[in-house]
Design a protein around this ligand. Structure first.
Ligand code: PHE
Length: 450
């Protein structure tokens, strides 16, 4: 049996762990490339509004439910329900959430494996092991499989250490490193010719593009993915926060850090693209759009590092280490969602649960590797475009409509006595009841219909 539940040792421990979950490939890769292909500063503006107005309230719903229930998402949603029907829907929602978190990890581990391989490539090139270097940067099935397994093993080992000795310990080590590398890279890239042009594209809004619905849909999806919402990850981290903590300000810190790092990553990636262009690398595709997604990370940026000579080896290494760290602090949170469920509901030890669940997810991941063309895009679409917003909607319904309002308030008041008179309590209940569900539904309907 899981015995006494884990708890983060301090406020800072929680902030590092939860922002570690939030800050991931979504911030350093997803956000800048979305911004680049959706009108730069306009996207940034819309993203900021949506992150505060919709994603932050939804994050609070997860944290509050989690801390109240002191349990995984399945049991937590059952606990806040008041009749048999809502208990059933709660458990079902929780279960779909856990499956979604596992599927997200299945594709995330493949991508993170690429980051490790690309981090090792410059070193093997230096050692004149050219065949190895080109194997590491080629997208063969064997390489994808091997590095996915390495990454899954790292994730599993951290999670099997538990809340304090696994999640908190490693997030506290890795997050400062991440910020340090990110700032160092930004400072370096900013000094290179071409960077200022990229900075302008990123920060000056191009109003000619306008704010269309697709841009809003993209920004909302990005905000939900980036804050790790809907899949029970923030809920389970919330369940490890001490009752004495002010949960409202903790949630705000996570949101601010997540947005801050995404914005910072934009200051790295977009100027780096223009530096690449200055060095003769092609950064626009045939249709005249900025090259985004995997081509950006695995073709444009490595081409840029190649043009930098000796410095390029160090910069390339630092960049892919940054990506690996960002991925790892997020992947542990994804694994914690199903592992906590198996520990708490089925009475297995944390160690056994961690290896069991990681094994199952690694098999799914291997299936994706072997059927890459058919499954990779499909799983990403299904989990991030459909499941995550719909699960987010369900969590808002549970926090806003099903769970009793007085109990919600009592939970917030546990670590924040003046909660009832706060601005938060004047706005959040309305948001979570009406604004968030309606907004998510609208965006979702557009997605399905359009
Ligand atoms: N927030 C992570 C990122 O930005 C991804 C994530 C999604 C993590 C869902 C946990 C759960 O990359």
């Amino acid at each position: 049996m899981a015995g006494a539940r884990g708890e983060f040792s301090s406020r800072l421990g929680f902030i590092l762990a939860a922002s570690g979950s939030a800050v991931g490939l979504g911030n350093i890769w997803g956000f800048p490339t979305q911004a680049a292909s959706n009108g730069g500063a306009i996207f940034l503006l819309v993203y900021l509004v949506l992150a505060f107005a919709l994603a932050y309230p939804a994050l609070m719903a997860e944290l509050i439910i989690g801390r109240h229930a002191q349990a995984n998402i399945v049991s937590a949603l059952r606990q806040v329900s008041n009749n048999a029907a809502s208990r059933f829907i709660g458990a079902l929602t929780g279960f779909v959430g856990i499956i979604t978190a596992s599927l997200i990890l299945a594709f995330y581990a493949i991508v993170a494996g690429w980051m490790i391989a690309f981090a090792l490539a410059p070193a093997s090139a230096l050692l004149r092991a050219d065949a190895l270097a080109s194997w590491l940067t080629g997208f063969s099935t064997e390489r994808n499989l091997l590095f996915m397994l390495i990454f899954m093993l790292l994730t599993c080992l951290i999670i099997s250490g538990g809340v304090r000795n696994g999640i908190e310990k490693w997030s506290s080590r890795l997050m400062p490193m991440l910020i340090f590398i990110l700032l160092g890279l930004i400072a370096y890239v900013m000094m290179l010719p071409g960077a200022m042009e990229g900075l302008k594209v990123y920060l000056l809004p191009d109003f000619s593009r306008g704010i269309d619905l697709q841009l809003i849909v993209n920004a909302l999806g990005q905000a939900f993915f980036s804050l790790s919402l809907g899949v029970g990850v923030m809920l389970i981290y919330g369940s490890y926060i001490s009752k004495q903590e002010n949960i409202v300000s903790l949630g705000l810190s996570i949101t601010l850090i997540d947005i801050g790092i995404a914005v910072l990553a934009g200051l790295l990636i977009i100027p780096a693209m223009y530096v690449a262009q200055h060095n003769g690398v092609q950064i626009f595709d045939a249709a005249g759009n900025l090259i985004a997604e995997d081509t950006l990370i695995f073709t444009v940026l490595p081409a840029l590092f190649d043009t930098m000579g000796g410095a390029g080896v160090v910069v390339g290494f630092a960049f892919f280490v940054l990506m690996t760290i960002a991925a790892l602090t997020s992947s542990i949170s994804m694994l914690e969602a199903p592992v906590s469920y198996v520990c708490e509901e089925h009475g297995l030890s944390r160690r056994v649960s961690s290896f069991l669940v990681s094994g199952i997810i690694a098999v799914i991941s291997a299936l994706i590797v072997f059927n890459f063309g058919d499954l990779f895009g499909l799983v990403i679409n299904l989990t991030t475009r459909y499941a995550q917003p719909l699960l987010g909607l369900m969590l808002c319904i549970f926090a806003g409509w099903i769970w009793h309002r007085n109990q919600v308030l009592a939970e917030i008041k546990a670590g924040f006595e003046q909660a009832e008179q706060s601005l938060f309590w004047r706005i959040w209940p309305i948001y979570i009841r009406y604004v968030c569900p309606l907004a998510i539904l609208t965006v979702f309907a557009q997605k399905v219909l359009g």
